[in-house]
Design a protein around this ligand. Structure first.
Ligand SMILES: CC(C)(COP(=O)(O)OP(=O)(O)OC[C@H]1O[C@@H](n2cnc3c(N)ncnc32)[C@H](O)[C@@H]1OP(=O)(O)O)[C@@H](O)C(=O)NCCC(=O)NCCS
Length: 150
């Protein structure tokens, strides 16, 4: 199995939109994704491919000094194969190249696979954001210290 991580482009929007709806029940929306790719200079979005097929996505913002992971998924049949790790690593690599100090993300505490994955990649539990999600669940704010100077 060969995993390729590349920059997201406009041709990936339908895939991301449809999978976000399937997985999260909501999406950033095709227009927002378009704007993110074309106009937002701070956005870094990546797509994972296995044997040329799209299987995952990560969205991030290189805001200074704290970059942020906005969204991440791997399609269900491809989970547990290291693809999520590769996508997060792609963002960490960008942060290091751009001298970012901290990388943050929010996650549902009930999303055990994701929380454990982030901890394995060096993210620490930093704070709880009460009733952050629309259904009333708290969010766990997690931070990875990168040591950049920005
Ligand atoms: C969170 C998510 C992106 C992880 O992607 P992934 O490709 O499965 O991640 P990895 O394979 O790199 O690592 C997942 C870890 O969970 C474990 N795992 C085992 N079975 C699994 C399964 N069925 N599904 C997911 N993870 C599984 C893996 O073993 C792995 O740990 P390991 O490295 O010790 O083996 C993916 O599960 C997903 O898309 N979930 C739904 C959307 C979501 O929750 N996004 C995050 C929002 S903050």
């Amino acid at each position: 199995m060969s995993i390729i991580i590349r920059k997201m482009d406009l041709s990936d929007i339908p895939f991301v939109y449809q999978e976000e709806l399937k997985i999260f029940g909501k999406s950033l929306g095709e227009k927002t994704l378009y704007n993110e790719i074309i106009y937002n200079e701070l956005s870094r979005y990546f797509i994972a491919l296995v044997d040329d097929k799209r299987v995952g996505y990560i969205g991030s913002w290189m805001t200074v000094p704290n970059a942020e992971i906005l969204n991440l998924f791997v399609t269900e049949s491809h989970r547990g194969k290291g693809i999520g790790t590769r996508l997060i690593q792609a963002v960490i690599d960008r942060c290091e190249a751009e001298d970012i100090r901290d990388l943050t993300l929010e996650v549902r505490p009930s999303n055990t696979f994701a929380v454990e994955l982030y901890e394995k990649l060096g993210f620490e539990r930093a704070a709880v954001r009460k009733r952050y999600y629309a259904d009333g669940e708290d969010a766990l704010l997690m931070v990875k210290r990168l040591g950049g100077a920005t």
